[in-house]
Design a protein around this ligand. Structure first.
Ligand SMILES: NC(=O)c1ccc[n+]([C@@H]2O[C@H](COP(=O)([O-])OP(=O)(O)OC[C@H]3O[C@@H](n4cnc5c(N)ncnc54)[C@H](OP(=O)(O)O)[C@@H]3O)[C@@H](O)[C@H]2O)c1
Length: 225
C-alpha cells in the first residue's frame, strides 16, 4: 500500500520507519487517521514532544532498535508519551518482544543508545571481520574462522548476561599465567583497543547530536507552517 493516509486509517498500530528528517512531515500528514492509535517511531533523534506536536491525539511511543531485528535478535529501548494507555503499552511491548531483547528507558537515554547499540552492529562487524582476518592469518579456512568468531560473540554475550559477572572477571577466568591468552591480551592492550572503542562511541554520539539539532530545526519549521 503506497498511500500513507489509507494505510494509517486501516492500521491498529502505526510504525514509523522513515528517515528522521521525514518523520514530522509524514506524521503530520496522517494526524487525523492516527487519532487515538499507538504510533511507534523508530526514527533517531526525533523526541516524543515533537512527535506529539505533529499528531497531538496519537498515542506516541519512541523506540530505538538495531539491524539485528532481521534475525529477531535486536536490542530495543523505548519510552512512552505520558498519555499512553496500559493497553497501548502492553501492545507495544508485545511488538518489541518479537524483535529480540527490549527495555523501557527514560527518553533522555535514547540518543546515547542510538550511538551505542543502534550503530553497534557496524562496530561489531568491524571487529568480527578483523578477528576473522586473524584466523586467516594463522591458516584457518574463511568459513571456519568466521563461524568460530560469530559463535564466540554469541557465547560471550550470553555468558555475560546469564552470569551477571563483570566482563573483567569473566576475562580473567580465561587468562592463565604464562598462557596463550595473555599473549593476545598484551598485544590488544598495546594497540589501545579499549580507547579505540570508547572514542568510536563518543564520536558517533557527538555526530548524532549535531544531526539531531539540524533535524529538529527543520522539523520545527515544518510544524510552524
Ligand atoms: N538502519 C538502522 O540500523 C536503524 C536502526 C534503528 C533505527 N533506524 C531508524 O529507522 C528509520 C529508517 O532507517 P533506514 O536505515 O531503514 O532507512 P531507509 O532504508 O532509507 O528506509 C526508509 C523507508 O522509508 C520509506 N519512505 C520514504 N519516504 C516515505 C514516505 N513519504 N511515506 C512512507 N514511506 C516512506 C522508504 O520507502 P521507499 O524506498 O519506497 O522510498 C523506505 O522504505 C530511520 O528513522 C532510522 O533512524 C534505523
Amino acid at each position: 500500500m503506497r498511500d500513507n493516509k489509507e494505510a494509517a486509517l486501516k492500521a491498529d498500530v502505526v510504525i514509523l520507519t522513515v528517515k528522521p528528517g521525514q518523520v514530522v512531515k509524514v506524521l503530520r500528514n496522517i494526524k487525523e487517521e492516527v487519532k487515538g492509535k499507538p504510533v511507534i517511531s523508530f526514527a533517531a533523534a526525533i523526541p516524543i514532544s515533537m512527535l506529539k506536536k505533529a499528531a497531538p491525539q496519537a498515542k506516541i511511543v519512541r523506540a530505538m532498535t538495531n539491524i539485528a531485528v532481521m534475525a529477531q535478535s535486536s536490542y530495543t529501548v523505548y519510552s512512552f508519551a505520558p498519555d499512553v494507555s496500559d493497553e497501548c503499552r502492553s501492545l507495544s511491548v508485545e511488538i518489541f518482544g518479537k524483535f529480540g531483547a527490549h527495555r523501557e528507558v527514560d527518553e533522555r537515554y535514547i540518543d546515547a543508545i542510538t550511538a551505542l547499540s543502534g550503530s553497534g552492529p557496524a562496530y561489531l562487524y568491524t571487529v568480527i571481520e578483523a578477528l576473522t582476518y586473524g584466523g586467516l592469518l594463522i591458516g584457518l579456512p574463511r568459513d571456519l574462522a568466521m563461524e568460530a568468531v560469530a559463535h564466540t560473540f554469541i557465547g560471550t554475550a550470553r555468558l555475560l548476561l546469564s552470569s551477571k559477572n563483570h566482563p573483567a572477571e569473566l576475562k580473567d577466568m580465561v587468562v592463565t599465567p604464562g598462557g596463550v591468552t595473555i599473549e593476545g591480551i598484551y598485544e590488544l592492550e598495546d594497540s589501545r583497543v579499549r580507547t579505540a572503542m570508547m572514542k568510536a562511541i563518543n564520536a558517533a554520539f557527538k555526530k548524532s547530536r549535531i544531526i539531531s539539532e539540524e533535524i529538529k530545526k527543520e522539523s520545527e519549521k515544518i510544524l510552524e507552517d
